[in-house]
Write a protein of this length. Sequence first.
Length: 175
Amino acid sequence: MSKNYKELLNQITTFVFDVDGVLTDSSVHITPTGEMLRIMNIRDGFAMKAALESGYRVCIISGGNNEGVRIRLRNLGIYDIHLASPNKVDTFNEYIELYGIQPENVLYMGDDIPDYHVMQLVGLPTCPQDASPEIKTLSKYISHKNGGKGAVRDVIEQVMKVQGKWHLYYNGKHD
């Protein structure tokens, strides 16, 4: 893990997150009908909404496909949601090309092997504390929080604080 990851926080304009293991704790609860239920952290949701309202882009790229996840994210105001992505690198490249985003301005948080190659492309690859060893090795920042337990809030809050936007949010001056 790089000691100078904080120097990279100032350049972040865009957050990209995986779902399972990042926005959730990697668990799925399977109902008798076969529906897979996931649990998301309310504070992660608050931080993503704060980031959007402060002018950051927030994108979701996941190999999983769950309509409940899509509805939750849309309710937060996130519309760049790419579920059932067969190739995260292609999805990421299409996304940054669409909006003219430079890869060095992207913070990506992933937790497992499907995130590895896209994390090599971004300015600030990050992961939750409970990510796989390969992802931890690649990450410039490892959150002290586990996936689904505040890791997303951790990285968003750090970026917004360094860029002077978090205090505006908690002081109620974000309207």
